[in-house]
Design a protein around this ligand. Structure first.
Ligand SMILES: Nc1ncnc2c1ncn2[C@@H]1O[C@H](COP(=O)(O)OP(=O)(O)OP(=O)(O)O)[C@@H](O)[C@H]1O
Ligand SMILES: [Mg+2]
Length: 481
């Protein structure tokens, strides 16, 4: 538990250092670290293995040279031919340059003959004495001339003495040092190649990443003209492509948003001017029709007052009633035109029926309605939006579709209310994807529905009629509370 926390805190510290340096330093550090670790490890391992193998080989050589010398010198020792013995050891020394000395002991372990002359190095004699019955004995020691391996073998099973040969270990040291320096040189060479490769690798890696970062900053400032070059056909190339695609999508989305905002502005202007027009129309109607009618009623009243006969008065009163009825109708029609007052009076289903009837009368298109009466219980804002959408869609059918039939369906179910207006007219090319709607009528419908969190769909194709569908998630009025 404690140790894992310590490891974690060390790992965090290490990452704080490693994470702070740039990618080039990271890759360079990793490559160099690995190459050096491998080179040094390999060198140490090879050094040890080589030293062990060469030492074993030297031991075998020393024993075999000493044994050979012992067997060849047996007779010479037995006949005490020291002169020939001396020649033999000199000849052997010449054949093996690594031999540092040869020492022959008699059977009482006293020096008989050696390459040292009279002065035997102190302690050498006792250093490697054979025990009785021993076949050979090896002893390594340090001398002023370097490390020496001393091999002792019995002569004539020890009855004629002992043969001692001292081999220098210099050649082993030399060979091991040579191999070590060659390995270190190779490590240096591989490290240099590693550095060059890492520099190239980091260049190839960081260049596209830096250009991606620059492009991202430009996009952040709203500049969508930037594109990233595809450097290679690999993962970074794919990333560049996806990035470019993302900029294109963002650009399209920004354009679509600007267009929507423009259309919304236009819609607001249009709503305001429509309100103004409506007010002017009402003022005009009040002035031209209602005021005129009231004036003529006053005139008519005067006629009643001035009527001389009973029959004349009755006639004037009848005219007056007729005129009052006409005026009342005018006022009612004006009130009727002030929609959605019609919604309050008739409810949503009747209002749509009424509007469909008006359209049918004006255009001759057969309009079939299938309206769920439960829709009359919808909240007023939803009912108003649905009514306005039905009005605009039906007006479009009348204005543009050249259809023979149109169908209005209004359903209310668990998911909400769904309005569909379908016609069998000429249809039109609908805008695709995220492109904004061009006409204000269609845009206004979409806006109304989306403001209520609903979905608006247009399905149309030239020659195949049009379907407008609006779904608004909502509950009937009673259920809402
Ligand atoms: N039912 C339909 N049949 C055929 N074309 C249609 C239909 N509805 C809409 N369109 C086409 O879509 C266009 C856009 O309609 P939209 O209601 O947005 O604008 P508008 O009716 O031309 O003008 P506005 O509604 O602003 O008075 C229309 O000009 C028409 O070409
Ligand atoms: Mg329209």
């Amino acid at each position: 538990m404690f140790s894992s926390q310590v490891i974690k805190s060390w790992a965090r510290r290490l990452w704080a250092v490693a994470g702070a340096v740039n990618i080039r330093a990271k890759i360079l550090g990793i490559v160099l670290g690995l190459v050096i670790l491998l080179g040094v490890g390999l060198t140490v391992f090879v050094r040890q293995a080589l030293h062990r193998a060469m030492h074993t080989e030297l031991e075998v050589l020393a024993v075999s040279v000493a044994s050979d010398l012992a067997s060849r010198s047996t007779d010479l020792i037995l006949v005490n031919n020291l002169y020939a013995l001396y020649d033999l050891i000199q000849e052997t020394r010449q054949n093996y340059p690594d031999i540092r000395y040869i020492l022959i002991l008699d059977k009482d372990q006293r020096p008989l003959l050696s390459t040292f002359g009279n002065a035997l190095p102190a302690g050498l004699l006792e250093a490697n004495l054979l025990a009785p019955g021993e076949r050979y004995r090896l002893y390594a020691f340090n001398s002023p001339e370097g490390r020496i391996l001393d091999a002792a073998v019995p002569i004539f099973d020890g009855r004629a003495g002992q043969m001692r040969v001292g081999f220098s270990e210099d050649s082993i040291t030399r060979t091991v040092s040579l191999v070590t320096s060659q390995l270190l040189l190779a490590t240096l060479l591989v490290s240099s190649i590693g550095i060059l490769a890492s520099i190239f690798l980091t260049w190839a890696l960081t260049r596209p990443i830096l250009s991606l970062a620059q492009a991202a900053q430009a996009v952040g400032r709203g500049d969508f003209t930037q594109r990233v070059e595809r450097w290679a056909d690999d993962e970074i190339g794919e990333l560049s492509d996806s990035f470019n695609q993302m900029i294109t999508d963002l650009q399209l989305a920004a354009e679509a948003r600007r267009e929507r905002e423009r259309l919304r502005g236009e819609l607001v202007e249009r709503v305001i001017s429509a309100q103004e027009d409506e007010r002017k129309r009402i003022a005009r109607d009040l002035h031209d029709q209602t005021s005129q009618a009231l004036v003529s009623l006053i005139v008519q009243l005067k006629l009643v007052e001035s009527a001389r006969t009973k029959a004349e008065r009755a006639q004037s009163i009848a005219d007056l009633r007729e005129q009052l009825r006409a005026t009342l109708n005018d006022v009612r029609r004006m009130a009727y035109d002030l929609r959605p007052g019609v919604l309050d009076d008739l409810g949503l289903s009747q209002s749509i029926q009424w509007f469909a009837e008006q359209c049918r009368k004006n255009s001759g298109i057969q309009i079939h309605t299938l309206i769920d009466a439960a829709c009359d219980r919808l909240p007023l804002h939803t009912a108003t939006a649905i009514y306005r959408v039905a009005q605009e869609a039906l007006s479009n059918v009348v204005k543009h579709s050249r259809a023979a039939h149109a169908w209005i369906t209004l359903k209310n179910n668990d998911e909400g209310v769904e309005l569909e207006i379908r016609d069998d007219g000429v249809g039109f090319e609908t805008p695709s994807g995220a492109a904004p709607l061009e006409g204000l009528g269609l845009f206004g419908m979409q806006e109304r529905i989306q403001l209520l969190g609903g979905r608006f769909e247009i399905q149309s194709e030239a020659g195949k009629g049009t379907i407008i569908r609006a779904r608004v998630p909502c509950l009937p009025k009673e259920m809402e509370s």
